[in-house]
Design a protein around this ligand. Structure first.
Ligand SMILES: O=C(O)CCC(=O)C(=O)O
Length: 286
């Protein structure tokens, strides 16, 4: 796959790059064309009806309202694949990471039915991943309008806290042992009680429209979303991107999503630079 390499088109300003570095998150307005959003909605509609083997029910409340997750959907449908290889997101991620290149890592889809209150537990992404490094971007992109109080929340500056926290085991949440990551087996400190002590933390979130993207570092503490009004659903497509300093890391705790099997199959081992057709370099700096 040829990587896009062209003069940056102005989706990301120097101020955005500095804000990303300082806060570990930035909201970029109107950077994704609405044609992409419409195409992705078609993909998501299909995936909701036909979940992949990585599809999980995160929550069903007493009124039957569901929160669902799926991942690696780019391997199943052209809408996702084309978005990942042709939309401006690879360039946006590369610039925000201050990297010479951006490799696609994986996608994640989050779908909540109207009125769902279920909130994602606060966590960091990197401790679950099959890679390690500072130069990463998760791009949380709602396909429908979402109010600040229902959008994903970030703890400002937490990407630089440099603590080994005991994170949530999502396997216990989904009841699916394939998602188990046991942080109690490693040397950790208790995870801060963000939800319980909200006043103590500087929490960022934004009212968002389709076309807006919140980019955050894999070390930024984030969670929440949910809290939806009765007449509002939420559909989010997130793509994860890796930069120069990222290396493969197989973790004794387990991983979620666990890419160690497919990585090994394509010849990637602990400490390797991430590449191959599974993690394509989609953008490089001119
Ligand atoms: O949208 C959500 O509820 C969770 C999002 C999340 O944790 C992520 O994008 O890494």
């Amino acid at each position: 796959m040829g990587s896009i390499s062209h003069t940056p088109k102005g989706y990301v300003s120097q101020e955005n790059i500095e804000e990303y570095s300082r806060n570990g998150a930035v909201c970029l307005r109107g950077v994704i064309d609405l044609d992409w959003i419409e195409r992705l909605k078609v993909g998501v509609e299909h995936t909701v009806a036909n979940p992949t083997e990585r599809g999980r029910l995160w929550d069903r409340d007493e009124l039957g309202r569901e929160s669902r997750y799926d991942s690696q959907v780019w391997l199943t449908r052209p809408e996702y694949r084309e978005f990942i290889t042709e939309s401006p997101l690879a360039e946006i991620a590369g610039l925000l990471m201050e990297s010479s290149k951006a490799n696609f890592f994986f996608d994640a889809m989050f779908v909540r039915q109207p009125g769902t209150q279920f909130r994602t537990p606060f966590h960091q992404d990197e401790p679950y991943w099959t890679v390690e490094g500072f130069q990463t971007v998760s791009s949380w992109m709602p396909l429908v309008p979402v109010k600040k109080e229902s959008a994903l929340e970030m703890v400002r500056g937490s990407h630089r806290w440099n603590e080994n926290y005991e994170q949530t085991n999502f396997g216990a949440m989904t009841g699916d042992s394939r998602d188990d990551v046991d942080f109690s087996s490693v040397d950790t400190v208790p995870f801060p009680d963000i939800e319980g002590e909200r006043d103590r933390y500087d929490i960022l979130s934004w009212d968002m429209e389709p076309g807006d993207v919140v980019c955050f570092n894999g070390r930024t503490i984030h969670g929440g979303s949910g809290n939806l009004p009765e007449d509002r659903e939420l559909r989010v497509f997130n793509t994860k991107w890796l930069g120069d300093d990222v290396r493969v890391k197989f973790r004794a705790t387990g991983m979620d999503p666990d890419h160690s099997g497919v990585m090994t199959e394509v010849g990637l081992a602990d400490g390797d630079v991430v590449g191959t057709h599974l993690y394509p370099e989609v953008w490089s700096r001119p």
